[in-house]
Design a protein around this ligand. Structure first.
Ligand code: ARG
Length: 750
């Protein structure tokens, strides 16, 4: 008997690979909620070394990029910052031209003078955080409408943020957690001079392209390097040539020792959003409406972009980053739907809701408080269903042509021109801003590509959206329309989107830089407001907001239901440790290194090697090109201290709980040393943002030794490696503390 039990535990442990650790935990609560667990899994640091307000700690080496689109970590005492290649992609692209193509060839600053500033990019360090729930909710009363509640909370947040800011240079942000049951205040220090230091060629940084994206086994060197700068006085500052490299409070030591199965691995970062408390109604909506609609529209958009990119090198560069952005979540939504179905997430959620309903019905008090929660959510979805598809169409298709993007930039100018006249100083300011925007915009704009996107996507819009939700632009496509919205445009045949494209693109000044510039020299409100491109942009913008406002009322009902549902769940399972959904605040997730059983008869090992890169090589497919220099290094097996038993590990897996926004996050071992950079999730668990799947869900990371190898041996930028603090973990500490914990069957409540 005893033996049998032991062997079952053993079998579970081995069979499922490492034990999965679900949860994105708030750094300040880790000591209370997770620390014992973390120690059991192999953490050797103290809670103070992870998160401390008074002393330097690991959290001081972690930044969010641009408020949270990605994460970065500081890896030298000169402000060197590591993140993903795909996080740097749009910046690399902006610095590139056909003659100087850093996407294709990579970029390496051989000294600090060569580092490239990036307008608009900033990073934030977390100074401290604090639970401010009682203060935020102090004036909220039970009988308030959702709207009143919202206003009361916003007022409280405003004044708390102002008070916390005082006259400091810090940025303060209060965010809701657990659907608005709790509020935390974050103090950030923001640095706006962040320069590009190094990026491998796309053939390394994006090896495998869209084919391998969201998949394991993976062979991608998805990393890039930046440097954070500060003023000579040591303060955050806008870009200036006088600025000097940041002296960070902490930088991560970099491990040369690699990973073994079962090793402790934790990730600090800025996960953007998850929906772990989504109800069965939400799953149904995603499966039936949102996901298929988004995927279909993006299919078309990608197809059009690709045709243009394949035909012309300049367009390829201009649209590379836009394409990657659209395709990343195109594939995500495909995978999410598949995962939701295969893993029967709807049934999981339904079962939890039934359990909740039973619990509620056990007492009158609960009935009074939580009895309507699920009903409200259900009703909200019923409401939203009516115009949900139209809403998604406005967002995904309506906004897709870039003419809309540049057009809405003129909205404020039109308003100011008509209110204050052309000579006001406000007009001058706006003109300057739009001028700068237009320089950026036209660098990456191709009129023909945009026009084809317009035709393809507006045609889909016209065919698929219920005409009752049409804005004037779409109505103008009907022979019966008499509004003459685009004066001078006459439709010959209902639904002739091409004719509308000819008219708009042929008559607007918005699609040619010279015309925009000459307009800005002499801004005239009549000319602007009668321009067909401008009219179109504002009309589609209004159309979108119309849908948005329609949804708002239902959303409020849904939010109340959700807040009560989450509150009730936590009362229903008082001993369970709950973590809040991701919301671009710093989180820690911990677990172990290991592979997984992907499907029947398929077990995936937890590391990939340069051998695998060579296996995938395909000179005829741009996604799988191997750089000749990398090949030469491979053939010479010239891995130096970065290799392991004659091989070079490229990527590895761990069972950490991450999502978008975590891209670029450091993977840190039990001693606090950097072992990798997280960059993706795996295909079998694409529904993971909605329901974590312990047996399947994995984080894919670049092994830090591959990163070092590319910097040093491939790029010849060894001076950057010299800046880092390299460490080797002696083997006596490599044995993680083995857990003898039985795997509990998880239900879906979090
Ligand atoms: N799936 C990755 C993420 O969302 C992005 C990977 C970028 N690579 C690509 N082939 N698009 O973080």
């Amino acid at each position: 008997m005893k033996r049998a039990i032991l062997s079952i535990i053993f079998a579970l442990h081995i069979g499922a690979g490492a034990i999965a650790d679900e949860g994105m935990w708030l750094p300040m609560l880790v000591e209370r909620l997770n620390y014992t667990d973390m120690q059991k899994e192999g953490l050797q640091l103290t809670p103070e070394e992870l998160y401390s307000i008074n002393n330097s700690s690991l959290k001081d080496a972690i930044v969010n990029l641009g408020g949270g689109f990605c994460t970065g970590e500081i890896i030298s005492d000169q402000g060197l910052m590591l993140t993903n290649h795909h996080c740097a992609y749009s910046f690399i692209q902006k610095h590139s031209s056909v003659g100087n193509d850093y996407l294709t060839n990579g970029f390496w600053a051989m000294n600090k003078e060569e580092e490239l500033p990036n307008e608009g990019l900033f990073v934030q360090f977390l100074v401290s955080m604090e639970d401010v729930t009682p203060q935020v909710l102090s004036s909220v009363e039970g009988n308030m409408s959702e709207m009143e509640r919202g206003n009361t909370i916003n007022a409280a947040i405003d004044s708390l943020q102002k008070a916390a800011k005082g006259d400091t240079h810090y940025d303060i942000k209060i965010k809701p957690f657990f659907g608005g049951n709790e509020y935390y205040l974050f103090v950030y220090e923001t640095y706006r001079d962040v320069r590009l230091v190094g990026a491998p060629p796309e053939s390394i940084g994006k090896f495998g392209g869209d084919t391998d994206n969201w998949m394991w086994p993976r062979h991608t060197g998805d990393f890039s390097l930046f440097r954070v700068y500060m003023s000579p006085e040591g303060k955050p500052a806008e870009y200036s040539p006088e600025n000097i490299p940041l002296k960070p409070r902490y930088h991560l030591p970099v491990s040369l020792s690699g990973v073994q199965k079962g090793d402790f691995a934790m990730i600090f970062g800025y996960p953007g959003s998850t929906n772990r408390y989504l109800t069965s109604y939400g799953i149904k909506e995603a499966l039936e409406i949102s996901n298929p609609t988004r995927v279909a529209i993006r299919d078309k958009r990608l197809e059009i972009m690709k045709t243009h990119m394949d035909a012309n090198k300049t367009i390829r560069l201009q649209y590379a980053s836009k394409y990657a952005g659209v395709s990343n979540y195109w594939k995500y939504f495909i995978g999410q739907s598949q995962g939701l179905k295969r893993l029967k997430v709807y049934d999981q959620k339904k079962a939890l809701e039934d359990q909740f309903t039973n619990w509620v019905n056990q007492s009158e008090g609960r009935k009074a408080k939580y009895g309507n929660a699920l009903k409200e959510i259900e009703q909200a979805y019923e409401q939203i269903e009516k115009f949900n598809q139209a809403y998604i169409y406005y967002y995904e298709a309506g906004y897709a042509p870039e003419i809309v993007k540049i057009g809405v930039k003129f909205k404020q100018l039109a308003e100011t021109l008509s209110e204050d006249g052309p000579d006001s100083s406000k007009v001058a300011g706006l003109v300057e801003r739009i001028g700068e925007y237009s320089d950026d915009f036209f660098k990456d704009y191709n009129k023909k590509t945009d026009r084809d996107i317009f035709i393809g996507l507006y045609d889909m819009f016209y065919e698929n959206v219920d005409p009752q939700y049409f804005s004037s632009t779409f109505n103008a496509l009907s022979l019966e329309d008499t509004s003459n919205f685009f004066s001078g445009f006459e439709v010959n045949e209902t639904g002739d989107v091409k004719a509308l494209a000819d008219f708009v693109y042929g008559n607007t000044f918005l699609v040619d830089q010279e015309n925009v510039e000459s307009f800005l020299k002499n801004p005239d409100v009549e000319k602007l407001t009668s321009d067909p491109g401008y009219k179109l942009a504002i009309d589609v913008y209004d159309g979108f907001y119309n849908m948005y406002n329609k949804r708002k009322e239902a959303q409020e009902m849904r939010n109340r239901g959700r807040r009560l549902f989450i509150e009730g769940l936590r009362k229903m399972n008082p001993d369970k440790k709950y973590y809040p959904d991701a919301n671009s605040s710093m989180r820690i997730t911990y677990g172990t290194v290991g592979g997984y059983e992907a499907k029947d008869a398929v077990y995936y090992d937890y590391t990939t090697t340069l051998e695998g890169v060579m296996e995938k090589e395909d000179p005829d497919n741009f996604e799988f090109i191997v750089d000749p220099k990398l090949k030469a290094l491979y053939e010479a097996k010239d891995y130096g201290r970065y290799g392991q038993e004659g091989k070079l590990i490229v990527n590895f897996l761990s069972n950490n709980d991450i999502t978008g926004g975590n891209s670029g996050s450091p993977v840190i071992n039990g001693k606090g040393h950097l072992i990798g950079t997280a960059f993706d999730g795996n295909w079998e668990a694409m529904s993971g943002d909605i329901a974590f799947e312990p047996d399947l869900q994995r984080t894919i990371s670049v092994d830090i030794r591959y990163t070092l190898f590319i910097i040093d041996k491939f790029a010849g930028a060894g001076h950057l490696v010299d800046e880092m603090t390299l460490v080797t973990d002696d083997s006596s500490n490599k044995e993680p503390v083995k857990k003898k914990r039985k795997r509990k069957k998880r239900n879906n409540s979090k």
